[in-house]
Design a protein around this ligand. Structure first.
Ligand SMILES: CC(C)(COP(=O)(O)OP(=O)(O)OC[C@H]1O[C@@H](n2cnc3c(N)ncnc32)[C@H](O)[C@@H]1OP(=O)(O)O)[C@@H](O)C(=O)NCCC(=O)NCCS
Length: 157
């Protein structure tokens, strides 16, 4: 039988598991689409603990768990901006991202917005495409002095 994916809000105690998932997913999964320099800069965001604390305090931040282990997380900013979605490197393509997205979409509708927006990586684009997001533009963003290509996407709910 397939293991059940449980969703719950994140707490500050989850930060070590969240940041290790974040780093591992970027270095193992996103490394297929970005250079070593880009991956190093992106993964280093795991170390900014103050920023993770702020996200958990201020944003709608949820976790997906299987057998009490964190297998993914997602957070929503300003009511309808999907700011982060990461699935554990060993749990890719098992429906974790889909379940997190469904909960995020319900929250956006409860917040009374009809459109969900995000800036998504090259790695995540096929997932968002599968979920009927429309690419508004391909863009370049600088993070820690390193340039990244990503996509502004949106979906009417
Ligand atoms: C993008 C991501 C969150 C998707 O999570 P996931 O749990 O693997 O996604 P799901 O299993 O729910 O996938 C649902 C569908 O999306 C599509 N999809 C997902 N990943 C895909 C991929 N790498 N290539 C092609 N299609 C993909 C498929 O149609 C999939 O359905 P299927 O597996 O039955 O064919 C995950 O791959 C991830 O963590 N990526 C790296 C981090 C990242 O870039 N995050 C986004 C930052 S903006």
């Amino acid at each position: 039988m397939k293991n059940t994916i449980e969703i719950r809000p994140a707490t500050l105690e989850d930060i070590p598991e969240i940041t290790s998932l974040f780093r591992n997913t970027i270095t193992h999964i996103s490394a297929k689409h970005y250079s070593e320099k880009q991956i190093k800069a992106w993964a280093s965001a795991a170390d900014d603990i103050e920023e993770w604390e702020k996200r958990i305090h201020k944003l709608y931040f949820i976790l997906a768990e299987i057998d009490n282990n964190i297998v993914g997380f997602a957070y929503l900013k300003n009511g309808n901006y999907f700011d982060g979605l990461f699935v554990h490197k060993d749990f890719q393509r098992q429906g974790v991202g889909s379940k997190l997205l469904r909960i995020i979409e319900s929250k956006v509708m409860m917040n009374d917005f009809e459109v969900l927006k995000s800036d998504v990586s090259k790695t995540a684009l096929p997932f968002f495409d599968n979920k009927y997001f429309e690419v508004i533009k391909k863009q370049k963003k600088t993070y820690k002095g390193v340039m990244f290509e990503n996509y502004l996407v949106e979906k009417y709910l």
